[in-house]
Design a protein around this ligand. Structure first.
Ligand code: GRF
Length: 217
């Protein structure tokens, strides 16, 4: 039996990744406790999802913190520490985080991105992948560093791009994989199986990205 880690999930919107994590905890696939869900958007649906499962859902509004990202992140650190969070999970959190948060949780902040990094960092990446004409895209779970979508990669899933794909249809296909691999990455972390060596994340017992994440529309 592995010890349950306490995670803090940062969100900004609908929270489908949060929901997948909750579901995987409830069905036993993920051995973690969500200590707190924090949103920079007080009306984010993700907060409601948390509360429906008796998880504290805390709005930390970013209003008034324009140009003061460090100060805002200090608020996040305070809230996360208050709930004894060990691992910070960004799930659709639409802000760039600063060293204030990273220093408080070194190699303990994860993010999910809906493309195969380092291709297509940033926003609207499903549309960008279609427009570029790539044949495959996917999603990436990575540790967060000080760059934008640049941190060491933990796990990726590949999905094909079909000729008639729209931004919505591709996003939905990728999202299905996001919901699987994020919990898997968190579980590997909880089991103490992830070691960061420079840009590389070494997974004890083998690679995190297995064949079932390949070409699986
Ligand atoms: C996901 O596509 C995630 O990869 C990206 O933002 C989206 C969040 O969706 N970072 P949701 O709020 O988890 O439904």
């Amino acid at each position: 039996m592995h010890k349950k880690i306490r995670i803090g999930v940062l969100v900004s919107g609908r929270g489908s990744n949060l929901q997948a994590i909750i579901d995987n905890i409830e069905n036993g696939a993920l051995s973690a406790d969500i200590a707190v869900v924090i949103s920079d958007q007080p009306d984010a649906y993700a907060l409601e999802r948390a509360r429906k499962h008796n998880i504290p859902g805390v709005p930390v509004s970013a209003k008034g913190y324009k140009g003061k990202r460090d100060e805002y992140d200090a608020l996040l650190v305070k809230e996360l520490k208050k709930h004894n969070v060990e691992l910070v999970v960004l799930a659709g959190f639409m802000r760039i985080i600063t060293p204030t948060l990273l220093k408080a949780f070194p190699n303990r902040v994860m993010n999910i991105h809906p493309a195969l990094l380092p291709s297509f960092p940033g926003l609207h990446v499903q549309k960008a992948a279609i427009e570029h004409g790539v044949k495959f895209s996917g999603c990436t779970v990575h540790f967060v560093d000080e760059g934008m979508d640049t941190g060491p990669i933990i796990i990726q899933a590949v999905v094909p791009i079909l000729d008639n794909d729209t931004e919505d249809s591709l996003s939905a296909r990728i999202l299905k994989q996001e919901h699987k691999i994020y919990s898997r990455a968190i579980q590997l972390y909880a089991e103490g199986k992830l070691k960061v060596e420079g840009r590389h994340v070494i997974v004890t017992g083998g690679r995190a990205s297995t064949d079932d994440h390949l070409i699986n529309p």
